[in-house]
Ligand binder design. Structure first.
Ligand code: RUQ
Ligand code: CUA
Ligand code: CA
Length: 590
């Protein structure tokens, strides 16, 4: 993985060097040697002492781990993982019929872009969405339970990439980075016929409501703060299939799709059916799609908190393009440095843009850039990060009111930052205090490869469940909560139903006796009412492994085809007698 990555970096560097030399832009990528690492003196207090709690929660895409890391800020401590696209034993995720159905058949993913649900442009702490770039999927996580509750496969696309919600979460939008033939089976595919599109997904049903064909590959996206436009950068307007081809044109573009116009066109029946969804041809429906030309191969596009501007980042150009969302014209192209990728914002009119190649974050003033002020004036500060930042994430960063205190640089390479751990290095997530004029680097957090984007929300906006109500806690379909003292075994409809409870430090049934070949439905309720008392249940020989929060019921089904004695044991250390917390499954040979 690291080899591939360094190859990519070398190539990008080579390409960029040529660009810089020809354009004579050496001066544009000075910017090194900004503020040095600080120790907290004079800035915000980032210490979270034992017993204190974090003010923010961050939701990190876990990249090829296929899930989400939950990180407390400013401590930068990892609090848990939310498994999404791949099985995870710790949470018993993917071990029962319902969660297995969510992740199959691939059972892996590559998560990039988490998007928190919003109400009136503010994170509301209800839902989190995240894409799987690998398998073209989108997942929904319920933030009451921190569980993945739905996964949708986006039809007609490969490489579902940029993910964003509108200010009232009417839609979740998903880009499709990797172009493919319109009809995979019928069209072995001359490159000229490849398509890309943007998908609008209903956050409730998780069904794709409509898709818009775009004149280039949709990569990163954002939605205007008034909910009018969804914007997508396209780095391959050439629709080429080679690197050379993809960097041929001097300018690519940002597709700007008018959401209301798309809805009207759908209502008027101006769509074609494709792969079971309604597809609009962006070029054919009047006023639906416009392309704002920007320098070649842009990457991130981010709407500023006021909603007036969208910032598209150059990647191969040392500039950002400031698009006025009232006129859809580029009103400024400030020079920022080498390899601008993504932007975030504070509450004072400044943008923060990652320079992948310079390994810096540049803080710049949007107004000054739009007014055509010289570079010394619109660039407010530059800070070194370690190294090669991709995304960056600010506290409440995608809302209409970012908090302007914490910013995290999600770096792609850590190099010398941490102790060597073999050829696959940790990544480095750096916490930066942005409360003052100068940015101040305060903390390095190593993390396994490799996060992309993150969302950071005020922790008190979330109201997670601590102890389930018994009925509500029988989440899995057809699970039946088992009340204390109601442990039993029933035989009906040709199946054996085992109902048992779990509490410190025993299962209600000490023995579960079935006959070889019987179909067993096992219902287990954790009847604890004390928070944080989790029990598990594992019967490894039958592939069973679940965890149970207080008040939660799980249901697993299996055919008892192997005779013998199998210990069902608790997998979470729940009490002094946790090791003794087990029960026998006895399968009598027939
Ligand atoms: S993309 S940095 Cu999905 Cu920028 Cu990762
Ligand atoms: Cu219950 Cu360990
Ligand atoms: Ca291009």
């Amino acid at each position: 993985m690291s080899k591939l990555r360094s190859k990519f970096v070398v190539r990008l560097l080579a390409g960029l060097t040529i660009l810089i030399l020809t354009a004579g832009l050496f001066s544009a990528c000075g910017g090194k040697g900004g503020s040095a690492a600080g120790n907290g003196k004079g800035g915000l207090d980032y210490t979270v002492e034992p017993g204190e709690k974090d003010e923010y929660l961050g939701f990190w895409s876990a990249g090829p781990f296929g899930g989400v890391w939950v990180v407390g800020l400013p401590s930068m401590r990892i609090l848990r993982e939310i498994p999404v696209f791949e099985q995870r034993a710790a949470y018993g995720y993917g071990f029962d019929a319902e969660t297995r159905a969510l992740i199959e058949p691939e059972n892996w993913g590559d998560t990039h872009h988490p998007a928190l649900s919003e109400t009136k442009g503010e994170y509301d702490g209800k839902l989190l969405f995240i894409n799987d770039k690998a398998n073209g999927k989108l997942a929904k996580i319920d933030l009451r339970t921190f569980k993945t509750v739905a996964i949708t496969r986006i039809p007609n696309v490969q490489g579902s990439h940029g993910t964003a919600v509108d200010p009232d979460t009417r839609y979740v939008f998903v880009a499709a980075e990797l172009e493919r033939p319109a009809n995979q089976s019928a069209d072995a595919g001359e490159p000229g016929s490849y398509i890309s599109m943007l998908s609008a997904v209903d956050p409730q049903t998780m069904l794709v409501k409509w898709q818009v064909l775009t004149p280039g590959n949709t990569d990163m996206i954002d939605v205007s703060k008034d909910g009018r436009y969804v914007l997508a950068t396209m780095y391959n307007t050439e629709m080429a299939v080679t690197l050379e081809g993809m960097i041929k044109a001097d300018r690519d573009g940002v597709a700007v799709i008018d959401i209301a116009k798309a809805e009207e066109a759908i209502a008027a029946g101006k769509y074609t059916e494709m792969g079971g969804t309604k597809v609009l041809k962006g070029a054919e429906v009047e006023n639906l799609l416009q392309v704002v030309p920007v320098p070649k191969n842009p990457h991130g596009v981010d709407v500023d908190p006021t909603g007036r501007y969208a910032i598209a980042n150059g990647k191969l150009s040392p500039t950002a393009s400031v698009i006025d969302l009232q006129t859809l014209k580029v009103v400024a192209e400030p020079e920022l440095g080498a390899g601008p990728l993504h932007s975030q914002f504070d509450d004072k009119g400044n943008a923060y843009t990652t320079m992948f190649l310079d390994s810096t974050i540049v803080k710049w003033n949007i107004k000054a850039a739009v007014e055509g002020k010289p570079k010394e004036e619109y660039i407010v500060d530059v800070i070194d990060v370690h190294y090669n930042p991709g995304h960056l994430a600010a506290a409440e960063g995608d809302t209409v009111s970012p908090d302007g205190n914490w910013l995290v640089s999600l770096n792609k390479l850590a190099k010398d930052r941490f102790t060597n751990i073999g050829p696959d290095f940790a990544e480095n997530e750096q916490l930066i205090d942005i409360s003052g004029k100068k940015m101040k680097l305060v903390y390095d957090m190593p993390i396994v490869p490799e996060p992309h984007y993150a969302q950071i929300i005020k922790a008190d906006k979330l109201k997670p469940i601590e102890v389930w109500d018994l009925q509500e806690g029988a989440l899995e379909t057809k699970a039946e909560p088992v009340a204390e003292g109601k442990d039993r075994i029933e035989r009906r409809d040709g199946k054996v139903y085992i109902y048992t409870t779990a509490r410190r430090s025993e299962y209600g049934l000490k023995e579960m006796r079935v006959k070889q070949g019987e179909r067993v439905v096992l219902n287990v309720t954790n009847i604890e009412t004390t928070k944080d008392i989790i029990h598990g249940l594992a019967i490894p020989e039958y592939g069973i492994n679940k965890s149970l929060a207080p008040g939660e019921t799980v249901r697993v089904e299996f055919t008892a085809d192997k005779p013998g004695v199998y210990w069902l044991y608790c997998t979470w250390f729940c009490s002094a007698l946790h090791l003794e917390m087990r029960s026998r499954l006895v399968v009598e040979s027939s």
